[in-house]
Ligand binder design. Structure first.
Ligand SMILES: C[S@@+](CC[C@H](N)C(=O)[O-])C[C@H]1O[C@@H](n2cnc3c(N)ncnc32)[C@H](O)[C@@H]1O
Ligand code: SF4
Length: 456
């Protein structure tokens, strides 16, 4: 790596959103008008349900122990007595939506995320999915997926999920080095990852994803090489190689290790580049921000056909316009509006017990938001975008000045009809997207308040 690249890394290592939504969550309204949300859901549902079906994201928040790096919404407990109450509440939430929609939903996609969905017993997961199936029509091309923890995903889980139609599983692997695992409080023998992977494949799962993270405390070039060597023996179909997001102001567990153990930005990007090189040499394609896939994978095909989508779950092959989020902290995206559920279990239970939808904050998009979201999606999913003439004056005022700077650093090529990300620019996609983020550009954020993780 040359020093010029190091300079770019330092220059662009600013707090920037990951753009899993636009506008990003800090710009949503904390007092979402529920009546408007309900009306918009109904309207969108009547247009899209019978045509494309809908997607469900179900958040299952419990984990048995705390991984100190974790930035997810989770609740740590070893008491499995919590499962029944939680699932009964999800059921009520689903029924509240059914009451509102007055039409049987056609389910195209279900994703069980967390927390740790495999914290729940196979029996309880079956109960949950059966209940949803009983109240819905299942799309003939449905895609069901789940996030599993290699330490607690059993053959019984995998068989039960397979029987229900699940064909994709994503495992949190993170890092195999014993010292890193000790510091992040995630002792996970490689044997568990191997067994969870081979069992899933034996049973018939078509795609196995591994989540890995670069930038964890005490990670070194040597340790990350070894992790990749071991991981690649199992040939996961996809790999999400995430940049560690250090946000100790919201994820308090991150205060439990010494910040001095974290790699510097220059070291961190080197960890990424080593991992990326190993993956490319092993036949994976870099399909965008932190995601790699084998050519046989659906995500790769969507990328190659220009059909990739990005939402709260990262990159997806999403085929629907409506994503309903169920469970504590879940986010729904209906194309023209977002809404997030209450973030603590107490508030979530309280709302549902009052027969109220638990959404509390969200955003109704205007035409300008929709146009600029498209630019951000195009850049993050395809590495290029065209510009609409109708947006010219706003682009000139807010975006062009940023594009001039990005071009000077050789991160993009552009003219008045559109933009293409260069090969160097691929490392700075979040920064490039932020040129189209009118909320940042119009300086509506208080600079003193940390909100986003750093770009690198
Ligand atoms: C809900 S967890 C996956 C399922 C399961 N809980 C597990 O850990 O195996 C989602 C993924 O988010 C990623 N993640 C969590 N905290 C992160 C952080 N601070 N920075 C980057 N990635 C993070 C991890 O790679 C993790 O596997
Ligand atoms: S990384 Fe996964 S298992 Fe660990 S605390 Fe976060 S959600 Fe739970």
């Amino acid at each position: 790596m040359n020093t010029n690249f190091d300079k770019l890394v330092i220059k662009y290592n600013q707090p920037v959103p990951r753009y899993t939504s636009y506008p990003t969550v800090p710009f949503w309204n904390d007092d979402l008008d529920k009546a408007v949300w309900k009306k918009l859901v109904k309207d969108q549902f009547s247009v899209h349900n019978s045509r494309d079906g809908i997607s469900l994201y179900i958040h299952l928040p419990f984990c048995e122990s705390l991984c100190t790096y974790c930035g997810c919404n989770k609740k740590i407990t070893t008491n499995h007595g919590v499962e029944e109450k939680y699932l009964a509440t999800i059921e009520k939430e689903f029924l509240l939506y059914l009451d509102l929609l007055k039409e049987t939903p056609m389910i195209r996609e279900i994703h069980l995320g967390g927390g740790t969905p495999t914290f729940f017993s196979p029996k309880n997961l079956v109960k949950l999915i059966k209940l949803i199936k009983q109240r819905s029509v299942i799309h003939p091309l449905h895609e069901f997926s789940i996030e599993g923890h290699p330490n607690n995903t059993t053959r019984e889980h995998l068989q039960a999920l397979y029987n229900l139609g699940f064909r994709r599983i994503s495992y949190g692997v993170q890092d195999n080095d014993p010292e890193v695992q000790r510091i992040i409080n995630r002792i996970q023998p490689l044997e568990n990852v191997r067994s969870a992977t081979t069992t899933a494949r034996d049973i018939g799962f078509e795609s196995v994803n591994f989540d890995l993270i670069y930038g964890l405390p005490q990670q070194t070039m040597q340790s990350i090489r070894k992790t990749f060597e071991q991981v690649l023996e199992l040939k996961p179909d996809r790999i999400a190689f995430y940049s560690y997001a250090h946000v100790p102001w919201t994820s308090r567990g991150q205060r439990l290790f010494d910040e001095n153990d974290l790699p510097s930005p220059e070291e961190k990007i080197k960890l990424y580049l080593v991992g990326k090189e190993i993956l490319i040499n092993a036949g994976y394609t870099d399909i965008g921000m932190d995601h790699f896939a084998l050519p046989t994978e659906r995500l790769y095909k969507a990328w190659a056909n220009g059909e990739l989508h990005r939402n709260f779950m990262g990159y997806t092959t999403q085929h629907t316009s409506i994503l309903l989020g169920l469970g504590v902290s879940s986010i729904s995206d209906i194309g023209i509006a977002f809404a997030q559920n209450r973030k603590t279990l107490h508030d979530y239970y309280d709302c549902i017990n009052k027969n109220e939808l638990p959404v509390f904050r969200g955003y109704f998009l205007n035409e300008e938001d929709i146009a600029f979201r498209k630019y951000i999606l195009n850049i993050s999913c395809q590495g290029k975008t065209k510009f609409n003439r109708a947006d010219l004056s706003v682009l000139k005022q807010f975006t062009y000045p940023e594009l001039i700077k990005l071009e000077a650093d050789n991160l993009i090529e552009w003219n008045e009809s559109g933009l293409t990300v260069t090969s160097v620019g691929r490392h700075f996609i979040r920064n490039i997207c932020s040129a189209f983020d009118l909320y940042l550009r119009k300086n509506k954020v208080e600079n003193s308040k940390p909100i986003f993780s750093k770009a690198i």
